[in-house]
Design a protein around this ligand. Structure first.
Ligand code: FAD
Ligand code: UDP
Length: 384
């Protein structure tokens, strides 16, 4: 018999399972709906021998040394800086937008004036969200902000989320900021790394413990019931602590209605060449239907001659019953959805033996480091 049930083998579930098994010496059963561990970080070799991430490209970034040290316990990692470009009006430009982007948009003379104004308007600030440009009182800075909105942020965000940008939380657009320099680094975090042997191997090592049993291909909701009258969660009729990292609305039978999630159709293409694009990522705000391409050999550092595999992301509405778009990738962050989530959260809080967490459980736009941090926090609650 098990002491704890963990639902989901992504970072949140796997880290909690490991901590319970190792530090509390308790037996854990991990139930995972997909046929494999590693959640959205799952990677595998495709038919051409190229390591690809089936649920979209992931790179590990964090400012927290402890989190970088934590993942290093479970495998070899190498330092890796993400480089990206954005295609605008048929030209590839740096992203983050930086002073070189300004030169490409406006030419030498006008750009020198604008760069000077930006330096004076935002002294000592390395990066700012795009709306700080449009909110500025200087007409030239405003004009540049409007240009970026029109050429990139509005079309990209509308396509990514399926709703106009003003209906999506400002924090989402602020994830990709404007650099007030010639800096081309896509991410700013102190630690930026990729696992030497892929993410799935890291998960295998996290879950490899004598107190952990993993059952893949198993929908936990076939075995777990949330007993509303008693406020207990039951696993096959038994009361046992459950850590749930799936969508919180599905745990409660959509009682307050479905929480919206955004999904992706990720299309893979293999080309007969060493490399297809010049960098790992290209964003396509103006393209029809797709937002981003990733060429995996840049991420993994893998050497394969004459073949290269890319993924292209087509955003879709999440629909659990559809053939495409049946994976809830992103919570759709705005005030309305936060309120609905809060109803589920208030209900979950009444259940003594239930811990809900993760990107889907907390309905938060966690990066991997934040998911691990949250897992460690929940483990401390369990321990206490
Ligand atoms: P998940 O990885 O989603 O794990 C939840 C698990 O629960 C899943 O495996 C799911 O199958 C399982 N589950 C759900 N319901 C049930 C059920 N009923 N029964 C059993 N199992 C169930 N983060 C970064 O830090 N860097 C990046 O570069 C990055 N790139 C990303 C790119 C894309 C396209 C996407 C979508 C996300 C990206 N992220 C990135 C975010 C990253 O994927 C999340 O931070 C991470 O997946 C969160 O882990 P989690 O455990 O909360 O969720
Ligand atoms: N974004 C944009 N243009 C870009 C890249 C990003 O407008 O070229 C906005 C868009 O709203 C997107 C958000 O920034 O949803 C976050 O982008 P990020 O690359 O962080 O998305 P993720 O990697 O999480 O899919």
């Amino acid at each position: 018999m098990y002491d704890y049930i963990v639902v989901g083998a992504g970072f949140c579930g796997s880290v909690i399972a490991r901590k319970i098994a190792e530090e509390l010496g308790k037996k854990v059963l991990v139930l995972e709906k997909r046929k494999h561990i590693a959640g959205n970080m799952y990677d595998e070799f495709d038919e051409y021998g190229i390591l690809v991430q089936r649920y979209g490209p992931h790179t590990f970034v964090t400012n927290q040394k402890e989190l970088a040290e934590f993942v290093k316990k479970y495998g070899e990692w190498r330092d890796y800086d993400v480089t990206a470009r954005v295609e605008i009006d048929g030209n590839l430009m740096p992203i983050p937008f930086n002073f070189r982007s300004i030169e490409l948009f406006y030419g030498k003379e006008k750009s020198a004036v604008l760069i000077d104004k930006l330096k004076k308007a935002f002294p000592g600030q390395a990066r700012i969200p795009v709306y700080m440009l449009t909110d500025n009182t200087d007409p030239a800075i405003q004009e540049y902000g409007k240009l970026l909105f029109e050429k990139d942020y509005i079309p990209y965000t509308s396509k990514q989320w399926g709703i106009p940008p003003e209906k999506i939380g400002a924090s989402v657009i602020a994830r990709v900021q404007i650099a007030l320099s010639y800096d081309e680094k896509y991410m700013q975090q102190t630690y930026q790394m990729m696992p030497e042997d892929g993410f799935t191997k890291i998960f295998h090592n996290i879950l490899n413990h004598k107190n952990i049993n993993v059952q893949t291909g198993t929908d936990a909701l076939d075995m777990i019931t949330a007993d509303g009258a008693e406020h207990r969660v039951l696993y096959n009729g038994h009361e046992i602590p459950v850590i749930y990292t799936g969508p919180i609305d599905e745990l409660f039978g959509l009682k307050y209605g479905r929480l919206p999630y955004r999904s992706l159709d990720i299309v893979f293409q293999t080309k007969d060449m060493d490399y297809f694009q010049s960098v790992a990522f290209i964003a396509y705000p103006q393209a029809n239907g797709y937002t981003r391409s990733c060429e995996y050999k840049y991420l993994t550092g893998q050497k394969v001659n004459g073949k290269t595999t890319l993924s292209i992301e087509y955003p879709l509405q999440y629909d659990p019953n559809a053939l495409k778009g049946n994976i809830p990738y992103y919570p759709v962050i705005n005030d309305e959805n936060r309120k609905k989530y809060q109803q589920y959260k208030n209900l979950a809080d009444k259940f003594q033996n239930l811990y809900v967490c993760g990107r889907l459980g907390d309905y938060k736009y966690y990066n991997m480091d934040a998911a691990i941090e949250r897992a460690l926090e929940v483990f401390n609650q369990i321990k206490a």
